[in-house]
Design a protein around this ligand. Structure first.
Ligand code: ATP
Ligand code: MG
Length: 228
């Protein structure tokens, strides 16, 4: 399957707290034509809205467990279809889905039916001690998914989103206990998932202790695909 000229369909991989959301935000600023879907953000909005999907998601997320593959796959694939993203001319970014080989196979199949495919999978690799320090200082704006860190990118006004002025919150799954569980889930699923995309020849890795060091590497990979 040929990608449309200059099209990019990117998945960002990485341990919880590796800074995927931060990197996504920077990519969207740097490449204003792009749009992103983050599974965790979508689920947190469903929880906030009290939808049936949100109710199912809440217990899993609170415990640091992955949701059942079928539930997540249908929710995200519905969202991609709703956005008219399932075709070879579309460019977009994904964060947090697919997370397992079963989910990757679902996405591959949906794209293949539309004569399209992912064009790039990038793993954001960050040392574990850096991650553990980071998540204790993380705040999010749930409606937008914007991420703040008290050390690296604090909000202009304490506890408020820069764009909307709405209140920020801690993620309830960022407690040390739940975070440890999420790291274990990642360790169990990441290897086979990376192998899946390595076999397709589209897996790359960017690496470093700060988002400032990681971003230029990611930017170069995206730029190369967009041909700009
Ligand atoms: P971070 O946001 O720090 O990178 P993360 O990748 O663990 O960490 P999210 O992607 O926001 O966090 O996901 C939060 C939770 O939502 C997960 O712990 C899991 O319970 C659920 N979740 C999100 N995406 C999926 C998925 N693709 N499959 C199963 N569960 C998911
Ligand atoms: Mg995230």
């Amino acid at each position: 399957v040929m990608a449309g000229a200059g099209a990019i369909r990117l998945l960002l991989l990485g341990a919880p707290g590796a800074g995927k959301g931060t990197q996504m935000g920077r990519l969207l600023q740097r490449f204003p034509g792009l749009q992103a879907v983050a599974s965790g953000d979508l689920l947190r909005r469903e929880i906030a809205a009290g939808s049936p999907l949100g109710e199912q998601a809440a217990a899993h997320i609170a415990a640091g467990r992955l949701l059942p593959d079928a539930l997540v796959s249908s929710a995200i694939l519905d969202e991609l279809a709703r956005r008219r993203w399932l075709h070879g001319g579309a460019s977009w970014l994904l964060d947090g889905f697919p997370r397992t080989v079963a989910q990757a196979q679902e996405l591959d199949a949906a794209l293949e039916r539309a004569d399209a495919a992912l064009t790039l999978v990038v793993e954001v690799a960050v040392p574990e001690d850096v991650i553990l320090d980071r998540i204790q200082k993380r705040f999010v704006h749930v409606p937008s998914g914007r991420v703040y860190n008290l050390d690296y990118n604090p909000p202009c006004e304490a506890g408020r989103d820069d764009v909307t002025g709405e209140p920020l919150s801690r993620r309830p799954d960022d407690t040390p206990e739940v975070f440890y569980k999420r790291m274990q889930e990642y360790a169990a699923t990441a290897g086979p998932l990376k192998e899946h995309y390595a076999r397709q020849g589209i897996l790359r890795t960017v690496r470093g202790p700060t988002s400032d060091i990681v971003f230029p590497q990611l930017e170069r990979l995206v730029q190369a695909q967009l041909g700009t």
